[in-house]
Every structure is written in C-alpha cells, then in structure tokens.
Design a protein around this ligand. Sequence first.
Ligand SMILES: CCC[C@@H](CC(=O)O)C(=O)C(=O)O
Ligand SMILES: [Zn+2]
Length: 329
Amino acid sequence: MAEPKGPPSSSKIEMKKYSFPVKPIQRLCWTEATADHLMTHEEPVVLTDTDLVQSALHWDLSYLEQNMGPAKHTVYVSKSRYFMYYDERKVNDFPSFKEPMKKREWTFSKFVDEYKSHEGRTDEYLYYQDALTDTVGSGIKHDFVHFNWHWVSERKKRYNWGQLTSNLLLISQPGNITPCHYDEQHNFFCQVRGLKRCLLFAPDQYDKLYPYPVAHPCDRQSQVDFDSPDFERFPKFKEIEGYECILSPGDVLYIPMYWWHTIETSPGELSISITFWYRGGPVPSKITYPLSSQQKVAITRNIEKMLHEALQDHNEVGPLLHMICDGRY
Ligand SMILES: CCC[C@@H](CC(=O)O)C(=O)C(=O)O
Ligand SMILES: [Zn+2]
C-alpha cells in the first residue's frame, strides 16, 4: 500500500506556535492494523482512504449557497479569533458570565454575504456551525446519501459505539480557533476543504488543563489561555504534553471521547469540515481495574453534578470539596 500522501508540514503554513511539546498523531490508511489498534484503544489517529465524505470534497461556498436551501442556520460571531463554546442553558446561574461569542440565525445566503463583507476585518470573525438536517436542498441530500455510510457503520459496530447523534457542518474563516475542550462523544472529524491544525491532549492531562466547573456555561472547556497561560492559577499547565496533526481534504481524524482538542483553521483559506459524533458504547458489565482516565473524568463529572444537586448552589461546591480534601488527602 503506497504511503498516504503526507499533509503540508506545519512549518509551511504559519499556525500559532506553542512552547509545550507535541508528538505527531499517526497518519495511516484505515486498513492498517495499527489504525485499528489505536481506535480499539481509544487513541487518536488520522485515517486516509476512507472516502467517508468523498462526495462532499467538491463543496465550496458557492455550491453550498446554491444547495443549502432557505432554512436558517447557526453562525457564531466573535470579537476575537477564538470561538469558545458555552452552554446557554447554564448562563442564568452565572450572572457575571460574558458570552465569548454571539449566536446568529441566518439563511445561508445571508451567511455568504456576511462572510464576504467580513473578509479583511479584524474586529469581528464568523464561524458557521450547524447540523446537516433534511432542510438542505437536493444537491446536498445527494452528497449526504453518498457519504461512505457502509464504512462508518462498520467502524461503529467494530468499536461498539453508541448511536450517531449528529453531523455538524463547520465553515470557518481562515485563522479561526476553537479553544481547548473535550467532548463526551467519539468524533470522526472529516476535513472537506482547506487545512486545519489539530492539537490533542490525552484525558490524563485533565489536571493540567483546569476545566471550568461542570455547572459553568463553559463546562468541558479549559480555563487556560494558551496564548498567555496564567501559571499562578494553572501551574500544572507547564507540564502539558500534546499530539498534533494537520488535516487536508479527505482526511478523517478520530478524536476519542474525553480527549482534549483545540483546532485552528490555517490562515490560507476558508475551511469546511464535517463531524460524525457517536455516543459512547454501553458501560461494560464487568468493571476492570485500574480504571481508565476517561472513567475517572466521568466520575469527577458525576461528583460535581451530585454536589451541585445536593447543595443547590454552585458557589458551595468548591468549599465543600476543599473541606473534604484540604489537609486530609
Ligand atoms: C463545534 C465543533 C468545533 C470543532 C473544532 C473546530 O473544527 O473548530 C470541535 O471541537 C469538534 O469537532 O469536536
Ligand atoms: Zn470538540
């Protein structure tokens, strides 16, 4: 099997540079035994030759404008290059919370107009993030039906994943960054157009990435500003170690559940990506020890949720956890 065509090396395209060490994420044809081994052990890998979204590789802004139909779609507007997700259902409990980006509902044509008028602006940036649903036009429906569903359903079965929950279409301006966070689902992250640099961190780096409290709108997001880390508040960030890849069209990055990731769109051109998010498989009937770092993260989440539920005030969760731990553990 010929070596998969390599991606452009990160030195060729100026992405943000960080001081922490990163190792390359392996880039393998999906038929390689090592690719299967990595996915079986919930470790990231860039898969080539899957043809998963081959039928979408011709997508560009004008084709999408012709075929996305008349429905409204979610576009985020940010004053910076950063697009940090927040859960609007949790905002009420945090009156001083400032939304890191604004949510707009635009038709696709309106998005294209705004996209064009935002080119060159440095005061506001756009990021289209919406699920592919049956409101799309026949052209997109045709492309969607011709995703490689056989391949991806074989993977779902082999790795005993839960159901497919959504396919998110992501259309990013050059230079946009999704800050570091983890998701509670497995993700086949498919690059359709443009380049994206992905930095991933294993679930056992949890204590170095200082996620917001579970009750906070930015639950699952790291509090650390990678551009200027506050080592007073987040001293263990100094020890962070990550993995890196640059995705080209046709590449599929497996982002395992609970793996942290921050993704930057190359400055060169707009990026189009499609996600395939799957719930985790059923909890094994027999728990084996030691527990995995993913299981430990799930336990910490349940503890925070239970304490918040019991105390009815998220401001009391920290003091109670300190009362349990300080000077005792
Ligand atoms: C809303 C999803 C954004 C995406 C990162 C990116 O492409 O900017 C991501 O975090 C994921 O696919 O899990
Ligand atoms: Zn994510």
